[in-house]
Design a protein around this ligand. Structure first.
Ligand code: C2O
Ligand code: CU
Length: 405
């Protein structure tokens, strides 16, 4: 099937609370932009019209697109005001993805140019219901307008604001029926904010992440999302009348411990019948390499951070398995994002993770190292990796590289 979408990026008034609005940039006037939904194997075609006063592009975060559809300025020229561009690609993997501007991102994402993209597999486990929660924050000035961009502090620490949003709304109240289990697809679309997510401290199950389902559902009471990351959770069942806060627990990403902060409230309504059964095995994922595989390349995040703009990294060859050691000697955590390919985390600071999952963004905590493995499949072209703290990306914490046949 072909899923056709028209996205018009334009300036709009974004009313994120009853008495608060800002001048936003939005796809079709909505923040988040329209949810794009498809099935594995479908073709998505998006006609982007740029009605903004500045150039823009769209990146399909996590989708294994052909290189020329990746939306970076290495593969296309930015779409100028008044211009049009057509993206067209097949979606080969089921999971929770998202799309966002990849031009002047610090400003364009803060102003609202992002949206969810869900790819389903008919064999996915069935839930009583499903929803997507796109988390974001806004930094406003004293007048309630978007605070100016790019001060010195933001360059180093990133941009965080006190306005916390779920699906473009200030701390909304969500509701779900008692007795049911829902699939929540969570996306961290904030420029910088890390979210150590808790749902009233209650247990949930982690069933998926960036690259779709995980092998086995895993019970947890919290999960850390860094900018760009996704987690799919099985949430519930709860009892009628319960109320809980969906919040971020304190976390120190190298800038001191954050406060406990609310994103939304969940209210449990009248009971409904449940037919959800979570299978013991959700999926099989074979390891790409042995746990002690030697790195083929070492990437110093400190050097990446300090060496400035538009670095080129060595090319990689289609079919040659990559083992990259990401070394973070800086004083803050950095979420590392690889465009176009999923990787497996092989080691987290010397220890083997409990299970193998597919990721495209991984937090590398300060003063630690993370080893990842990935296989360049047959999609040669220009690709990139970068820190998904958008202010770090903007100041040059990124590199381009080629996948060569
Ligand atoms: Cu979600 Cu290059 O980014
Ligand atoms: Cu960073």
């Amino acid at each position: 099937m072909v899923v056709s979408v028209e996205l018009d990026a334009r300036e709009v008034e974004w009313r994120f609370a009853r008495d608060q609005a800002i001048r936003a940039f939005a796809y079709n006037g909505e923040v988040p932009g329209p949810l794009i939904e498809a099935e594995v194997g479908d073709t998505i075609e998006v006609r982007l019209t740029n009605s903004l006063p500045q150039a823009t592009t769209i990146h399909w975060h996590g989708v294994r697109v052909p290189a020329d559809m990746d939306g970076t300025e290495a593969v296309q020229s930015p779409v100028e005001p008044g211009g049009v561009f057509e993206y067209r690609f097949v979606v080969p993997d089921a999971g929770t993805f998202w799309y966002h501007s990849h031009t002047n991102e610090t400003e364009q994402l803060e102003r609202g140019l992002y949206g969810g993209l869900i790819v389903r597999d008919p064999r996915d486990p069935a839930f009583d219901d499903e929803r997507i929660l796109v988390l974001d924050d806004l930094k406003l000035d004293d007048e309630g307008e978007i605070a100016p961009f790019g001060d010195e502090h933001e360059h180093h620490a990133g941009r965080e604001g006190d306005v916390r949003l779920v699906n473009g709304v200030l701390e909304p109240e969500l509701e779900m029926p008692a007795g049911t289990i829902e699939r929540w697809r969570i996306v961290d679309a904030a420029n910088t904010r890390f979210v150590r997510l808790s749902i009233g401290g209650r247990p949930f199950e982690i069933i998926g992440t960036d690259g779709g389902l995980v092998p086995q559902a895993r019970a947890a009471t919290e999960v850390l999302l860094t900018p760009g990351e996704r987690f799919d959770l099985a949430v519930g069942p709860f009892e009628e009348g319960e109320r809980m806060e969906i919040e971020a627990l304190p976390y120190d990403r190298g800038k001191g411990e954050s406060e406990r902060e609310r994103f939304a409230t969940l209210r449990v309504g009248a009971a409904d019948a449940s037919r959800t059964e979570i299978p013991a095995t959700l999926r099989q994922i074979d390891p790409l390499v042995e746990a002690d595989a030697e790195p083929t390349r070492t990437i110093s995040l400190k050097a990446l951070m300090h060496e400035g703009h538009h670095q080129r990294a060595d090319p990689v060859r289609v079919g040659e398995c990559q083992v990259w050691e990401l070394v973070n000697e800086t004083g803050q955590d950095h979420p590392f994002h690889l465009h176009g390919f999923f990787f497996q985390v092989v080691q987290e600071n010397g220890t083997t993770p409990p299970e193998i999952v597919w990721k495209d963004t991984v937090n590398v905590p300060r003063k630690t190292q993370t080893r990842i493995a990935w296989l360049p499949d047959d999609r040669p072209g220009e690709w990139m990796y970068h820190c998904h703290i958008l202010e770090h990306h903007a100041m040059g914490m990124m590199a381009h590289f080629a996948v060569v046949p």
